[in-house]
Every structure is written in C-alpha cells, then in structure tokens.
Design a protein around this ligand. Sequence first.
Ligand SMILES: [Mn+2]
Length: 314
Amino acid sequence: MKEFIQQIQKAKNIGITGHIHPDGDCIGSCLGLKQYILDQYPEKTIDVYLEPIGNEFYFLNGSDQILSQDSGQTYDLFFVLDCSSTDRFEPFQKMIETAKYVICIDHHISNHGLGDYCKVDPTASATCEVLCQIFSMDKVSKKCAQCLYTGIVHDTGVFKHSNTTKQTMIYAGELLEKGVESSKIIDETFYQKTYIQNRILGQALINSFLCCHDQVIYSSISKEELEYFEATSADLNGIIDQLRVTKGTEVAVFLYPQKEGSLKVSMRSNEKVDVAKIAEQFGGGGHIRAAGCTIFGSFDDTKQKIIEKIEEQL
Ligand SMILES: [Mn+2]
C-alpha cells in the first residue's frame, strides 16, 4: 500500500482514532499503528484519540498517552480505524474534518468508504489483521505485535468465530514469533471479568427470554439496573457473546441504554441471519454474524422493530 507509506512520510503530525466504545480490536489497531509508525519514524508526533479504555488494556504500549478529548489540533494525516460510519467517531469528527488527509482502514462489510483513501477488507477477522497485511512483518516490533495480537484475539473471540481463517492464524503465528505474551493477553484482556461485570452478566442472563419459536434469545439491561450494579456500558462487553452460545438459538439480541437516552442494540447470529443487514436498516453496521446499531425509542418499541426484521430472515 504505497499511499500508506507516502502519506506517513509526508506528514509531520498524525492523529489516529477508532470507534466509540472502543473494543480490543479498536484499541489494538490504534496503538499498534502508532507503534509501527514510531518504530520507523521516531521524530513524528502521533496522537491517539479514543474514549476511555478498559484498564485490562493498560499493558499495551502507548495506552497511557491516549487522549479522550478533541485537542483542537490540525493534523497533516488522520487515520480512522475499525470504523464503518462517521457517527462511530463522532467525538473527534471535527479534527478528522480539518485534517489534510484521512486514511480509513477497516474490516466492516458495512463500510462503504470513508476519508481520502479507504482500505476495507471484509474477509479480514479484525482491523488488526488488515494492518498485518499492510505492515512489513519484519518491521513489526514486539510492542506493536502485542497490540495487533490483542485485536485479533478479541474480534475472533479467541480464534473461535467464523471470521477466523487460515490467514488469520498465519498472522497470529507471525506475531507469536515476535514474543507476544499470548496466554496473558487472552486471559487478562478477554476472559477475566470484574465482580461488577460478572454480576451484571448474571442479571442480563436472568432477564433473557426466548422468542420466534425459540430461535431468538433476547435480553436487556435497564438504566436502573446499571445504577444498581454500579456498572458502565464498558462492563457490558461480552454479554451478547454469552447469549449467543445458548443452545438451539440462531440470533442473540442485547439492548442497553446509552447516555443520550438512546438504546444500543447488539446482535449476533450463528448460521443464517445477516445481522449487519438489520443493523444497517437502523443506521448501524457491522459484520454478517456480529453487528449493532443505536435506536431512539422505548425498550418495547425497539424490541418489536428488531424482532420483526429478524423474523423476515428466519
Ligand atoms: Mn474490529
């Protein structure tokens, strides 16, 4: 990718961001890209902008320098990673608009092109995997590899989702060779849960019910429950994946309220239903088997709308 290297060489200062509610792939790709550029061009100024990240990711190099608010700076080059639409980087939109050149790197099938140059590979398991394609592996340091490996681990659900290909494993193997602490990353960033996270997961499982001839499992967490458990939206990661493994179900849906009064809808499917298509109809996006959207409305109305769309596909 000539464009990638040329633009980096030209730029004095570079901004990097990913999507709101940053997950492992978003954080890993942003910090991995920063590290990769710094390893080769230590003189460049590179700032990563993300909403606050979970402390399980603090071991990644550069995580302590992440900026969570628009600094008002103008950048020569801005990278938007793991983001399929503009509302997904909304807190930093102004800086992206004023940047001289914007490169988007992503793997969401719902990404129809962002920025001045856009590289989207929907067959890649993670944005970190797309970065593996772009980077020269011999120039990837251990610090960078830790970030990329974390992203791949998270978006593949530890190499278990159907997006895990032979190529994913080849890249993961190459990253292992860099000295990546695989067990630590998998245990401490993926499986470990805090007491609060476990309790709210339990509540979500209790709240769940089956519908559409037991093919759909549906659950939600209310604002009152979030307050009761002293949980934030970051504590809800992983609930949808636990719902998905309910034997006999095809689709899992999970809802929770966001700050602005909207509802966040996460969806997973196992074999048939294209949940990205449903999410797109509500202005969201994602992948065929994992997608999400934001809906303004009541829990009941939203439930009806989503179930209707799922039923069309079942
Ligand atoms: Mn991703």
